[in-house]
Design a protein around this ligand. Structure first.
Ligand code: BGC
Length: 347
């Protein structure tokens, strides 16, 4: 009996300790928009995992409106969040909220997108953004067999939002692979639009990418083929696919993407998109929840990169998760067997 009571006492102590860890601790999660699939997933994953760990969560989406995000983050800080996790619409626009966080001792984690020009950013958790671009560029290089085939091949490029620091990393990772072939004349960009600012897609919107792609396609109205279209992510790839469907009669090009969004997995199965890069948002969310726990318990915070992500004021200690190649050949294993999507999601 005595033994039973002491075990019970221990159990109760462990249970109360577990709830003490997160009791009364509030975490703010600020996501850029509900318009794109991934941020809904990221937001929900974060909320669920944080709540499971016992935190109170204030999750907000900002409709791609910078002022709205600024207000939401400011409210989170003023309403007692001890940590705010932010995926910014525009990396440099949250300065005053970040200053307030610093003043009040609230810790800031930049989520997926780096927060720029502020010393109040404590940590950054993301996928290896440069590597995402490398995977895309290498895919095009290998599919066209650029080292051996005679060419020349026609390439067009669609990049991401200039306000999102990630966009330049994706572009650079891919262009570091492809640019030497452009310079050598083996890849020809008929539109002449190669520089990041010429190929960028403000807000990452499908319609914006589609409009530019439609203009670019005027260069192929003579019936010539496009061999590859480098697209930095899935929402822009979708715009390019729409534009091609409406304005192009040549052979279907290689098209890259990123995120393995449901609509794009469908396009891969249909043969309209060649590849995507899978960034398992469950992994990122779990990592960030771990970091929150470490911050709040005063433990050492897990990072694996302390040199790459300079936000203009400081190099932000970062944790980089691994992006994974995805295509019609491995989506079953990658997305369905792993429980990320159900079959109905992508049918
Ligand atoms: C993310 C990408 C996403 C893009 C548009 C980037 O910051 O890293 O995964 O496709 O934003 O939402």
């Amino acid at each position: 009996m005595k033994k039973f009571l002491s075990i019970l006492l221990c159990l109760l102590m462990v249970m109360s300790c577990a709830s003490v860890v997160a009791e009364g601790q509030k975490v703010g999660v600020s996501m850029p928009t509900k318009d794109l699939q991934r941020w809904n997933q990221d937001g929900e994953n974060m909320k669920n995992l944080l709540e499971e760990a016992g935190y109170e969560v204030d999750l907000q989406f900002a409709s791609n409106d910078v002022q709205q995000q600024l207000n939401q983050v400011t409210n989170m800080i003023n309403s007692g969040c001890q940590v705010v996790v932010i995926s910014a619409i525009e990396g440099s626009s949250l300065g005053s909220a970040l200053d307030l966080a610093k003043e009040k001792g609230v810790k800031v984690i930049a989520y997926d997108r780096l927060l720029m020009q502020s010393d109040a950013v404590d940590y950054y958790a993301t996928f290896d953004n440069y590597k995402v671009g490398t995977v895309q560029g290498t895919y095009i290089k290998e599919k066209l067999d650029l080292d051996n085939a005679e060419g020349p091949f026609a390439l067009e490029i669609t990049a991401g939002d200039p306000g999102d620091n990630n966009a330049l990393y994706f572009y650079s990772g891919a262009m570091d692979v492809l640019k030497p072939y452009i310079d050598a004349g083996k890849l020809v960009v008929k539109s002449g639009q190669i520089e990041f600012n010429d190929v960028a897609t403000p807000t990452w919107k499908t319609e914006v990418a589609q409009n530019r792609a439609t203009t670019v396609l005027a260069n192929y109205a003579d019936g010539s083929n496009i061999d590859a279209w480098l697209c930095s992510n899935d929402s822009t790839a979708l715009g390019v696919i729409n534009a091609l469907e409406d304005n192009y009669d040549g052979e279907w090009p290689i098209i890259t993407g990123q995120d393995c969004d449901k609509s794009n997995v469908k396009k891969m199965i249909e043969g309209k998109q060649s590849m995507s890069v899978f960034k398992d948002t469950r992994t990122l969310a779990a990592q960030v929840v771990k970091m929150v726990g470490q911050i709040l318990s005063g433990a050492e915070v897990d990072v694996n990169d302390t040199t790459t992500y300079d936000n203009g004021v400081k190099v932000v200690p970062s944790f980089l998760c691994e992006p994974v190649f995805g295509s019609a050949d491995n989506y079953m294993e990658l997305l369905i067997d792993s429980g990320y999507y159900t079959l109905e999601d992508i049918q």
